[in-house]
Design a protein around this ligand. Structure first.
Ligand code: S3P
Length: 434
């Protein structure tokens, strides 16, 4: 399937984007091992979280879907999961695989985790190393999926210093820590999203975070909760980009998660001169939310603070397109983690933007994007949802139509992307078979 976007007049609007992907995964996993019922509202019914849903069901958890974005989970307690009958297929989702590996390492039964072609090429050594130190037995194909996890029953706590800033690795160790004897600690080299810690606490577990170290004792029981999932800031970023690039638009995105461990994209866009404000800030359960108001803006390039990278890790494809529309050059560094996402996002974005007439100098851990004017053309998403959506939006301000090939993966995080973009005036067509 592909998208074709022609130069568009984006208009004023009030919109809502789908639920947060990270929080939706965690609601399913933690709700499953809590005692009692967890009712989830605002769940992201995208392919990634649906893969986690079917994995939890295969582990014996009863989960109903009373509405399109509602989940009702009958928690089985810390030790209530059952052996699955077949390998758990986690599709395209790195979060599902890494967090599930942590969860399954301390079970009494064996399990196998597999994924699609993209996920099968992603590094799992980063979770295998700490989990093995905790006593887990995991076989992989040279550090890549599929993962075969032995049911060793009990783990031991470790103090682990993360070699890279990764919420997925942190969360895998914390989930395994629930099944370990003693106090597990994780030290982060930079702050990463803390949704796991917040949700564990809201379910009654004690989790301490101090000076970049997160500690939790094994064996803690949790209680099911009502969880309201905020709209996903990472999806809102595409609407923000459409509004910023537009000639004259004023868009409000409602109820968006603005957890400070996620808002790097807002800080970076502000520094580039974006007209973007947070209205009506409030708490939705344990997560801060706000309505994001964004208006068309003339952006300026500059040096993007590498200290913000872990707070904006999924928004660099959006920021690359923003940089191309900015005056002058924008320097990105410290983003080598982007090379091991759903695609090599530095390579995929540089290739796509170059074929649309933008000068991009690629470096090992970043890129220099020279502001310019997008031409029309045909580009490939490399099967990456965020690359697909970012390049599609370049089409709104290009001199001719932009076609983005291989966009099926958009449904992993942003079902309804095309319809929502059409609603705000983006001239987008989806064609071909999926
Ligand atoms: C996620 C963490 C990030 C992010 C991913 C979701 C999570 O990955 O890129 O989309 O839900 O924990 P890393 O923590 O590996 O950077």
């Amino acid at each position: 399937m592909h998208f074709t976007v022609t130069p568009s007049r984006v208009r004023d609007a009030v919109v809502t984007v789908p639920g947060d992907k990270s929080i939706s995964h965690r609601a399913l996993m933690l709700g499953s091992i809590a005692d009692g019922r967890t009712e989830v509202e605002g769940f992201l019914a995208g392919d990634d979280c649906l893969a986690t849903l079917s994995a939890m069901r295969s582990l014996g958890v009863e989960i109903d879907q009373p509405g399109p974005s509602q989940m009702s989970i009958s928690g089985v307690g810390l030790h209530g999961l059952r052996a699955p009958n077949s390998p758990l297929d986690l599709g395209n989702s790195g979060t599902a695989m890494r967090l599930m590996a942590g969860l399954l390492s301390g079970q009494t039964f064996d399990s196998e985790l597999s994924g699609d072609e993209s996920l099968s090429g992603r590094p799992m050594g980063r979770i295998i190393t700490p989990l093995t130190q905790m006593g887990a037995q995991i076989k992989s194909r040279s550090g890549k999926p599929p993962l075969n996890i032995r049911g060793v029953g009990k783990l031991k706590a470790i103090d682990y210093a993360l070699p890279m800033a990764s919420a997925q690795v942190k969360s895998a160790v914390l989930l395994a820590g629930l099944y370990a004897e003693g106090i597990t600690s994780v030290t982060e080299p930079a702050v990463t999203r803390d949704h796991t810690e917040r949700m564990l606490r809201s379910m009654g577990a004690e989790v301490r975070s101090e000076g970049g170290i997160i500690r939790l004792a094994g064996g803690q029981k949790m209680t099911g909760q009502a969880i309201a999932v905020p709209a996903d800031l990472s999806s809102a970023a595409f609407v923000m980009l459409a509004a910023i690039l537009a000639k004259k638009a004023d868009i409000k995105i409602q109820n968006v998660g603005v957890n400070p461990t996620r808002t790097g994209v807002i800080t970076i866009l502000h520094a580039m001169g974006a007209d973007l404000t947070l209205e009506n800030p409030r708490m939705l359960g344990d997560e801060p939310v706000a309505d994001i108001r964004v208006r068309s803006s003339q952006l300026n390039g500059g040096i993007v603070d590498p200290g913000l990278v872990s707070l904006a890790i999924d928004e660099f494809p959006v920021l690359f397109v923003a940089a191309a529309a900015a005056s002058g050059k924008t320097v990105f560094s410290g983003i080598s983690e982007l090379r091991v996402k759903e695609s090599d996002r530095i390579g995929a974005m540089a290739e796509g933007m170059r074929s649309l007439g933008i000068n991009v100098d690629e470096t090992d851990d970043g890129a220099i994007v020279h502001g310019g004017r997008f031409s029309g053309g045909r580009v490939n998403s490399h099967g990456d949802h965020r690359v697909a959506m970012s390049l599609a939006l370049a089409g709104t301000v290009a001199s001719a139509a932009v076609t983005v090939e291989d966009v099926n993966a958009v449904d992993t995080s942003f079902p309804g992307f095309c319809a929502l973009m059409s609603d705000i005036g983006v001239d987008i067509r989806q064609s071909g078979v999926g």
